[in-house]
Write a protein that binds this ligand. Structure first.
Ligand code: FMN
Length: 213
């Protein structure tokens, strides 16, 4: 089927995108509310973008409550403070991550609601989530408010936290131990990262040898 994107309303395109682009990594983003309490919300329009500088990107949608405020709490807090923490999501914390997406009233601390533990950050005021195996302290690199109630947030990773038992002195990460999950199709489907295979990149010579040239 050929589909011109312009022929579809946004909710249809959303469905086609989230049911095809998967699995998507999940950023559980912690931010500071105006009163200093800690907000947390998951975002799967998310990925790492570059390593020099180390950037990640997040698409923050407008506020469903449609109360004239342009952003979700996360978007407002990021705009106000210029910093946030991305906490990656392991299988062990999926249920709490999902609970963080409840449309709590503005100013609610999801951390307190769902029982996550805050971990003080090293370089920014916003705490991370200690229950997450990996957290990235980020400063806003750019925050582009798009004309359709969405923001494209690029964060520069300025500090990494990787749980001590998941990384050794040689900086080898125990990817099994991370046990990260990804977001799949529909409203509530996820996948683990347990089913893997290897497909090594080749040099040109290796490619030629394989082709018998
Ligand atoms: C797994 C998952 C991924 C999500 N991804 C996004 C996303 O990429 N962008 C977005 O705007 N909302 C996303 N949401 C919805 C927000 O997490 C939800 O609206 C949340 O309540 C926002 O909280 P806040 O107002 O505290 O920022 C996602 C929800 C879940 C459960």
């Amino acid at each position: 089927m050929d589909i011109a994107a312009a022929d579809l309303p946004p909710d249809r395109i959303y469905k086609l995108l989230v049911n095809t682009v998967m699995p998507r990594p999940i950023a559980l983003v912690s931010t500071l509310n105006a009163d200093g309490s800690v907000n947390a919300a998951p975002f799967s329009f998310f990925n790492v973008f570059s390593n020099a500088p180390p950037l990640l990107v997040i698409g923050v949608e407008g506020n469903k409550r449609n109360d004239g405020k342009p952003h979700k709490d996360t978007g407002r807090n990021i705009a106000a403070r210029g910093e946030f923490v991305v906490n990656l999501v392991s299988h062990a914390i999926v249920e709490k991550m999902v609970a963080c997406a409840v449309d709590f009233p503005e100013g609610t601390s999801e951390l307190a609601e769902v029982g996550f533990t805050a971990r003080p950050s090293k370089q920014i005021a916003t705490p991370g989530i200690a229950d997450s195996p990996v957290s990235f302290e980020c400063r806003v690199f750019s925050n582009q408010a798009l004309p359709f109630n969405r923001s494209l947030v690029a964060g520069e990773i300025i500090h990494l936290h990787i749980r001590d038992d998941l990384i050794d002195e040689k900086m080898h990460v125990d990817v099994d131990g991370l046990d990260l999950v990804g977001r799949m199709h529909g409203t509530g489907w996820y996948t683990t990262t347990r089913d893997r295979f290897q497909a090594d990149r080749m040099t040109l010579d290796e490619w030629k040898a394989r082709k018998g040239k």
